[in-house]
Design a protein around this ligand. Structure first.
Ligand code: MRU
Length: 341
């Protein structure tokens, strides 16, 4: 399986996802500020993966505290730095809350014992993320069948999680079970996670994948070339409205228009039960140059006005089912998701 992120000798090692697929380069984070920068600059991305990175970041930040008198202030500093890296993915905040709970219940221990507790918790978050993805895959494959062509968007694979993936977990499980599973990957402008990461990951696993530009999806759906759409999620409101990579909403509308099922695959820690609807989900706006350039090359006027919302919200009525590690939720999501809580 792909090594997205790992804890090794009190360092955090991550594959630099900005460089894939041209180069497979690994970076080492030696302190929590480097972890925060890695999340902000997309060295590591994908909701569950940034949650795991943040948990390791907390463990590393506390590991480097030498004076017990500074403990609470230092913990708060580490927590706040990691918390402001990216606003949309629920998994980041979930992981930080998990680390905070361990900190609170263990802060009276000796400093070495507290440090070890936090490292152990981060390792557990990593391990459990992979097992959640495998369960999502196992549930999700029951919605698919032999010979289907699955359209996915962005990268919701091993690279976006601790391993195996959510949407790509469903695809991996279906590919192992049924003959003739093929994938269309939307390129996912502006950051090209589909073209760069999903195509790379699936090709490594010998899963047949065809790259399309984002604006080709409607045409292919209308021609009957797409059986089903499966994507991941960054944050799901309690009513099922789902924030995911920009372009997901357009695919969902096109899927409904063409009578194609639209499935969201995500662990329950992506669900924000405190939000009643998707309107409350904070949407990250990223740097304008991501749109003005492709792989560092200008594609427009250098100072052209740009919008760059990184995510959109797909209203629940466009989503056929939400595949979680606890089972498949169907509308009405307020009730079905609540049952899995
Ligand atoms: O900006 P990114 O690359 O972090 O966005 C990632 C996505 O939108 C994924 O689809 C989502 O995080 C689910 S990953 C299992």
């Amino acid at each position: 399986m792909l090594p997205t992120i790992k804890w090794e000798d009190d360092k955090i090692i991550m594959v630099d996802q900005r460089k894939l697929p041209a180069e497979e380069v690994y970076i080492k984070c030696l302190d929590y500020t480097q972890v925060a920068e890695a999340i902000e600059t997309m060295v590591i991305r994908g909701a569950p993966a940034i949650g795991v990175a943040a948990a390791f970041g907390v463990a590393l930040g506390v590991k480097q505290i030498s004076d017990r008198d500074d403990l609470d202030a230092e913990f708060a500093r580490v927590y706040r730095r990691l918390e402001r890296t990216r606003p949309t993915a629920r998994n980041l905040f979930w992981a930080l809350e998990q680390m905070n709970a361990v900190y609170k219940s263990s802060r009276c221990l000796t400093l070495p014992a507290l440090k070890q507790k936090l490292i152990d918790k981060a390792l557990t978050i990593e391990k459990e993320d992979i097992s959640r993805c495998r369960k999502i895959g196992s549930w999700g494959k029951s919605l698919l069948k032999k010979g289907q062509t699955i359209l996915t968007h962005c990268n919701a694979g091993a690279l976006a999680t601790a391993g195996y993936g959510t949407a790509l977990g469903v695809i991996r499980a279906a590919f192992d079970e049924y003959e003739g599973i093929t994938v269309y990957a939307g390129e996912t402008r502006p950051f090209l996670q589909g073209a760069r990461l999903t195509c790379w990951e699936l090709t490594k696993d010998n899963i047949p994948v065809t790259l399309i530009t984002d604006n080709m999806a409607g045409c292919l759906m209308r021609r009957g070339e797409i059986s089903v759409v499966v994507t991941g999620a960054d944050r799901i409101a309690s009513n099922g409205d789902t924030a995911n990579k920009i372009g997901t909403y357009s695919l969902a509308v096109l899927a409904q228009e063409n009578n194609i099922p639209m499935y969201i695959a995500a662990p329950l820690n992506t669900v924000d039960f405190s939000l009643s609807s998707g309107e409350q989900i904070p949407i990250e706006e990223r740097d304008a140059d991501e749109v003005r350039k492709i792989c560092g090359c200008d594609i427009t006027l250098p100072d052209i006005k740009v919008r760059n919302p990184s995510f959109d919200v797909t209203p629940a009525e466009y989503i056929s089912a939400i595949i979680t590690e606890c089972g498949i939720a169907y509308p009405t999501y307020k009730d079905s998701l609540e049952k899995f809580r």
